[in-house]
Write a new protein. Sequence first.
Length: 224
Amino acid sequence: MKLQQLENNIGYTFQNKELLKRALIHKSYAYENHVESNEKLEFLGDSILEFISSKYLYSHFPKLSEGEMTKVRADIVCEKSLYKIAKKHNFSDFLYVGKSEISSHGNTRPAIMADSVEAVIAAIYFDAGLEQAEKFIIENLEEEAKIASQNVGQKDYKTVLQEKLQREGEVHIVYNIIKEEGPDHDKRFTAEVRCNDVFLAIGEGKTKKAAEMEAAKKALEEDK
């Protein structure tokens, strides 16, 4: 009954319920209970996602160059984008995670939730074929594709901030990583940006670069 709610959330009913269940089994749970994890499904789902998103961009955005399509695809199949899908459909309520992950709220970790979306894509493919998998992908990513295609080619936040601050002359902009937390497979970094040693903003991300980029974005927003 519980998985039926997830089927309602994603708008697809599985013929083989075991496929859906396996797509939701994190390796920590699999290890503790001696069952198969969702890692192989995730591997295949990643490839299906990349193919379908490439096909969609080719068909719907004919004016984009090959390089621009690559950038847009990277934006829409990234962890952040997949995590949004998982969050939208409440995947965290249905994930099977081990005791160690339960204690640290592993079922809500962006990386684990994003991986489960790829696994579910592969499960849908095995259950009903490529057409249904494509339907799920497009329904959940077409808005992201539209936004990413509009922003492609724009300068990144660090470059924009630097250009803005240097309008009145040379300035000294520094990014510092002030916090690093989480296990190796799910790190979170916090960065600050300073201009001439004056604090501007703080940002967080899964990589140092992402944290710095978020800090630059916040600095630009706060300076509006």
